[in-house]
Design a protein around this ligand. Structure first.
Ligand code: F6R
Length: 264
């Protein structure tokens, strides 16, 4: 795991550079490399997506053949709801970064019955496998340490499934909805086991509100109580945070030295 602490303005730039390089390397040897990118929603990756869009605009990056896989989707939002993650990703990612909406995969949260949602979750796992797995997974972190909607207590080997949102998460996400009670109670989310199978993980976090979660994820024990701590188990994981989100880290000096490489 590599922990990179930067001024806020540099977080998105560095995270986008890591994503671009990891994506480029992922299938470089394949004749018809297309690549798969795991997409988080929420506020944290927006700057990173803007950077990818800038790179696309200037011809440094071409995502037109890349497939995007959402981390999660709310259950029960009507088709076309502006806060459904399919809509959010179509609006904020596909257009700007040049990802073909036909190549956007999002778990289907439209089922009314549990068996429909369970089937949708299994189909989502299959769709990831069919394209050879996820090359690079972009992640944010919830203030309670969740990634995707894997709330505290999630099995470390969980697969895509229906997950109830915690009160904390619903409160945090109320800013996207007209009223707090409009925030859905459930989601279909990639599991922690699913996320761990991505070739590379890039987590971005900014702001003091994320400091405790970042410290628990990076320097706490590997535990279901802090789902983001599974990054410690992954061989190619980057955690890119700003100074405020790094406030709780004890080993910052070492991370800075390590990030400087052999010249440091
Ligand atoms: C959403 C997701 C969540 C968010 C997390 C942080 O797809 O995966 O884990 O990344 O809730 O959200 P923000 O970035 O809005 O603070």
């Amino acid at each position: 795991m590599e922990i990179i602490v930067l001024p806020t303005a540099d977080v998105a730039v560095r995270a986008a550079a890591i994503v671009t390089e990891a994506l480029g390397n992922a299938r470089a040897g394949e004749a018809k490399a297309s690549g798969t990118l795991g997409l988080a929603t929420g506020s944290s990756p927006l700057g990173l997506y803007r950077e990818l869009a800038r790179a696309q605009g200037s011809g440094q990056l071409d995502l037109t053949r890349v497939h995007g896989f959402a981390l999660d989707e709310y259950v029960g939002l009507p088709d076309g709801h502006p806060q459904s993650y399919r809509e959010v990703l179509t609006r904020e990612v596909c257009g700007p970064v040049g990802l073909d909406p036909a190549n956007l995969h999002v778990p289907d949260g439209s089922g009314n019955r549990l068996d429909e949602l369970v089937a949708a979750a299994a189909a989502y796992e299959d769709s990831i496998q069919e394209l050879g797995g996820i090359d690079v997974q972009i992640l944010g972190i919830g203030s309670n340490g969740h990634i995707g909607f894997n709330e505290p207590g999630s099995s470390l080997s969980s697969r895509t499934r229906v997950k109830r949102l915690s009160d904390r998460t619903r409160l945090d996400n109320a800013r996207f909805f007209a009223r707090p009670e409009d925030v859905p109670t459930h989601s279909v989310t990639q599991g922690l086991g699913t996320i761990l199978e991505a070739q590379a993980l890039v987590l971005v976090a900014t702001g003091l509100a994320k400091a405790a979660a970042v410290a628990a994820a990076v320097e706490g024990p590997l535990t279901a109580s802090c789902p983001a701590s599974v990054l410690q188990w992954h061989a190619r994981a980057w955690v890119v945070v700003d100074e405020a989100a790094a406030t709780g880290l004890r080993n910052r000096e070492y991370y800075a030295e390590a990030a400087a490489g052999l010249d440091g």
